[in-house]
Every structure is written in structure tokens, then in C-alpha cells.
Design a protein around this ligand. Structure first.
Ligand code: PFF
Length: 554
């Protein structure tokens, strides 16, 4: 239906359709890549518990708030604030931040989503990733063996460093300096260092060969070579501007075609297909992973909490991720809520979406961890987990190519069900606020978002200008277009948006009638609980993240 008025507004065909679409928005790269990665980095079970607390105390109440804002107003992410507070236009700014955030997240999210399409094709044969014989003379392999098997006591290290000409230092900084010198000795291309480290590396290589036995040593060397090769392939992939743009465009086209079909005819239909397939594929992969030798260890890692592994940083990470993964703080859930029928209740829907999202994130861990534990190798940082480590581990193993292909199809589906919600935020906004038709909104917004994403596709080597261009900095690091947008959106705009939404619904609604409507929606037993969370707990938690980011608290 092509509507821009509340009266003839399109609606979800059923509550299940709405839940699948909202869960589709929530389930995305955040669940299948980011959650397993940060949980792995933060020691497993204890981080999972922390994350569950964040979902329950912050994510869930804000999701209920967003659904309510949408459902009661039947308006887009900006217009809803005008319905709740017609007397003061300033509140519409909360929504404008949201639409802007959706716009910029989609511009770079679609670039990464595009990679999954190219990697699906690469996985069909996996031929690029396969290594038959390790080249023991390759400097990269020698270094990798040294890193993995070279164990030196601090005393041995300082003796080597002294011989290499580094001066010994005392005091607090000594340990850090010695680490830095060690790195220089083994990473630098300075000829002097290269010849100094050569015999040491030889020693470690020979010792490892003797200790492991020829066959094990060769297997380990093949795995390291594969990691190096996969990392090179990923680097080359990022540097090919033309193909990066091509896949970005294809993903935006897929997204636009679905959104063009409208709420019940496009997004709901697609979610009804994408989500069950996603669930089945993930379940199948998980069962396969559990049969691997690392399955039990992976399971233990995920359920055994080791609180010593947590620090202040983990708390902030868990809270920030709760926003991203539930698609909160930027109007996606307001927009989806605005197409709910009057009879559909928001509390049970928010609960189901939060549970499904968490379940899928945990299942993704149980697909990836057994593979990591079975091969016991180093995990590449960030997106490298999916695009480097996984192909390196699976290529050449029995059934590896099928598993990798299914995995990338799964990630592409998850990403697609999220990109449609991001585009829908902007489309509903231009429909409701400017009276555009869905057709015009979809085409114009998709083209503009694609163009804003072009530098994100080209800033990894695809184009000299965009590769050298930096927009923001984070500490000492200068961020390119892609990283700047990601940093701005995930670290600032989503938490700020979430805080403002919580404060708005908790404190700014003056109209008694609206309060009554909210109470009626939530039921008298749940309302006080939610009201407490949204008024006090969520804003305080989010304010802590923001205060920490601006350096007000350590
Ligand atoms: N929730 C998505 C994920 O976990 O990948 C990301 C996302 C989608 C964020 C839609 C915000 C949004 F509106």
C-alpha cells in the first residue's frame, strides 16, 4: 500500500510477521560477528552474563519504549515526538538524530554486507584459500612459528635485547619498554634486526619441529600459512575499489527492492522467508560444530563465568553492544512499531525479539567457537574473525567449503534483514513528514545512501584519495571514512539517541491521556516495573557510558 497518512497506513499482516521483522532488524552482523568476537575477547561466560543484564535492564525497556512511541503515534521516528509533545518542536530533534544515524549506519553496513556476498562466491570452491605445502623459508611463516612457539623468560628476553644493543632500563616503564623493544627486534625490516633475529628464529623453528614431530609441525605450519594467505586475500579484496562498489550496490538494490514492496508486502514477506531459513542454517551449523573435538571446550567457555576476565571496559562494551544488537536508539523500532495494529501488544513482542536476538547471538558463538577451539589458532582482530580466520580454518577441511558457503549466506541474510529496517526508518520519515510516495522515497533514499557509502567502500585502498582521507580521530589513531562513521554511530549516536528516548518517555510526556494509554498497553502489573527501569535505570546506565566516553569518569 502506498500511504503517507495515518488513516490508510499499511500494517503488519500478523503479530508473527511483525516479530519476525523486528527480530530480523535486531539479528545482523552484530550477532553473528560482533557478539562472538567481543565475547571471545572478554573471556566468555562472565561477559555473556553481563550482556544479559544489560539487555534486561536497558535494552528491553528501551525497546518497549520505542514500540510504544511508534504504535501510539502511528508516525515515523521524527513525527512521533510531535504527537506526544505537540507543544514543543525541539523534541523532534531526537528523531532527527535517529534518522540521521540510520542513514549513516546503512551507508557503511551495506558495504560490509556486500563483502559477505563476494565471500559466498569465494567459499563455493575455497580454492584461493587452500595451501598444500608450507614454504618454510617464507619470512611470514618463520615469524608466525616464532610467535606461537617461542617462549622466553623475562631474563632471557632482556639478555637477548642487551645483545641486540637495546639498553636495559629500570623503573616502572621497564617492562613496557622491553615489550616495545622486543617488538622492534622481531617486526622491524631494518637489516640489522633482520640478521640479529634470524638465528633465534631458526632455533625456535627447530625446537618446535623436534617437540611436535614432523607431521604435527607441518599441519601447524600449513594452518599458519593459510591464515597468512587468507589475510592477504582479504587485504586484496578490500583494495579492489570496483568490486567493493559493485557488491555495495548489489546489497543496496536487494534492500531497496524489499522496502519498495512496503510493510506487509515487502518487509514482512521477506522476513517470513529470511528468518526461518537463517535459524535453520544456524542450527545446522551449530550441530555440526558441536561434533568437532573443540565442541565441549567451546561450550564450557561460553557457560563458565570467569569474572576475573571482566573489567570496566567490558561493562561499557556490553552496554554499547546491547543497543546496537537490538537496533535501539535510532528509531528502527519506533518505525516498525508504527505499523502495529491496535490489538497487538508490545510487551510480549519486545520480550520475544530480545530473546530471539540473544539466542541467535549465542548460537553464532556455538558455531564459531568449536571451530576456533578445535584448531587452536590465533584469531584475527575485528572483521578478520569472519573474513580471515574462518576461511583459513575451514578451507581444505572435510566439508569445509560447504560450511563456509552456508555460513556466508547466513550472514548475508542476517545483514539483509537489518539493512531493510535501516532503510525503512528513512523511507517512513520521508513518507510521513514530506508526503513522498513509497516508490520515490525508496529510490531517492537508496541512491543517496549508496553514494554516501561510496567512500566507505573505497577507503581501504580502492581509491587513493579516500584511503588517505581521515575524518575523525580516536586517541592517537586517525580514522578513515568507514571507521569514522562506525565510531560516530556506535559510540555516540546510538547511546545518545537511546538516552534521549528513555528520558523523553520517562520524564517529558505531560499529557495524562498518553500516560493512560501507555499504562493500558503495558498492563498494571508490568507498568510500574518498566516505568522504574525507563525513568532511572536505563538513563543512568547510558549516561555512564557517555560520561566515560567524554572522559568525565574513568
Ligand atoms: N541490530 C543490527 C545488528 O546487530 O547487526 C544492526 C542495526 C540494524 C542497528 C538496524 C540499528 C538498526 F536500526
Amino acid at each position: 500500500m502506498d500511504n503517507n497518512s495515518t488513516k490508510g497506513r499499511d500494517h503488519w499482516g500478523s503479530k508473527l510477521g511483525f516479530i519476525l521483522a523486528a527480530a530480523g532488524s535486531a539479528v545482523g552482523l552484530g550477532n553473528i560477528w560482533k557478539f562472538p568476537y567481543i565475547t571471545y575477547e572478554n573471556g566468555g561466560g562472565a561477559f555473556v552474563l553481563l550482556y544479559l543484564v544489560c539487555i534486561l535492564c536497558v535494552g528491553f525497556p528501551i525497546m518497549v519504549a520505542e514500540f510504544l512511541l511508534g504504535k501510539i503515534s502511528e508516525k515515523d521516528a521524527v513525527g512521533c515526538f510531535g504527537i506526544f509533545r505537540p507543544d514543543n518542536k525541539i523534541f523532534k530533534f531526537i528523531g532527527i538524530i535517529g534518522v540521521f544515524t540510520g542513514f549513516i549506519i546503512l551507508s557503511y553496513y551495506s558495504v560490509v554486507a556486500g563483502w559477505t556476498l563476494e565471500y559466498t562466491l569465494k567459499s563455493l570452491t575455497c580454492s584461493e584459500f587452500i595451501v598444500d605445502k608450507p614454504d618454510y623459508s617464507s619470512p611470514e611463516l618463520r615469524k608466525a612459528i616464532f610467535k606461537k612457539y617461542g617462549t622466553f623468560t623475562p631474563a632471557e628476553k632482556s639478555e637477548i635485547l642487551l645483545k641486540a644493543g637495546f639498553t636495559a632500563e629500570a623503573g616502572k616503564q621497564a617492562e613496557q619498554n622491553s615489550e616495545a623493544n622486543w617488538k622492534t627486534l622481531f617486526e622491524s625490516n631494518d637489516e640489522n634486526y633482520v640478521s640479529l633475529r634470524a638465528p633465534l628464529i631458526d632455533q625456535v623453528v627447530e625446537k618446535a619441529r623436534a617437540e611436535l614431530g614432523e607431521q604435527k609441525f607441518e599441519e601447524s605450519a600449513i594452518m599458519m600459512t593459510k591464515q597468512h594467505k587468507a589475510s592477504k586475500i582479504f587485504g586484496e579484496h578490500l583494495g579492489k575499489g570496483g568490486s567493493m562498489l559493485f557488491w555495495h550496490a548489489i546489497f543496496m538494490i536487494f534492500t531497496a527492492v524489499i522496502v519498495y514492496g512496503g510493510i506487509s508486502g515487502g518487509i514482512e514477506k521477506a522476513s517470513r522467508i529470511l528468518m526461518p531459513i537463517l535459524f535453520l542454517l544456524l542450527g545446522g551449523l551449530m550441530i555440526h560444530s558441536l561434533t568437532l573435538s573443540g565442541g565441549i571446550d567451546a561450550f564450557k567457555f561460553l557457560i563458565n563465568p570467569d569474572f576475573a576476565k571482566l573489567n570496566k571496559h567490558s561493562i561499557l562494551e556490553a552496554l554499547g553492544h546491547a543497543f546496537f544488537t537490538l537496533s535501539l536508539g535510532m528509531g528502527a523500532m519506533i518505525t516498525y512499531g508504527s505499523y502495529l495494529s491496535k490489538k497487538d501488544k508490545v510487551t510480549s513482542s519486545a520480550m520475544t525479539v530480545s530473546i530471539l536476538d540473544t539466542l541467535i547471538a549465542l548460537m553464532a558463538c556455538m558455531v564459531l567457537y568449536p571451530i576456533l577451539f578445535t584448531y587452536n589458532t590465533e584469531v584475527s582482530a575485528g572483521a578478520g574473525l569472519l573474513f580471515i580466520t574462518l576461511p583459513a580454518l575451514l578451507a581444505g577441511s572435510s566439508g569445509g567449503s560447504i560450511i563456509l558457503t552456508v555460513f556466508f549466506i547466513l550472514v548475508a541474510f542476517a545483514a539483509l534483514s537489518s539493512t531493510i529496517s535501516l532503510l525503512e526508518v528513512v523511507v517512513t520519515y520521508t513518507n510521513d513528514e514530506f508526503g513522498w510516495k513509497r516508490k520515490t522515497s525508496t529510490i531517492v533514499n537508496s541512491v543517496v545512501i549508496f553514494l554516501v557509502g561510496v567512500p566507505s567502500a573505497l577507503c581501504f585502498g580502492g581509491n587513493k584519495f579516500f584511503t588517505e582521507l581521515t575524518l575523525l580521530s580516536k586517541g592517537d589513531a586517525k580514522l578513515n571514512w568507514f571507521d569514522s562513521f562506525d565510531y560516530l554511530a556506535s559510540n555516540w549516536l546510538l547511546p545518545v539517541g537511546g538516552l534521549l528516548i528513555a528520558l523523553f518517555i520517562g520524564w517529558m510526556i505531560k499529557d495524562q491521556e498518553k500516560h493512560e494509554l501507555i499504562k493500558e498497553e503495558l498492563g498494571s502489573s508490568f507498568y510500574p516495573f518498566w516505568n522504574f527501569l525507563i525513568k532511572y535505570v536505563s538513563p543512568v546506565c547510558v549516561a555512564i557510558i557517555i560520561a566515560n566516553k567524554i572522559g568525565l569518569i574513568e
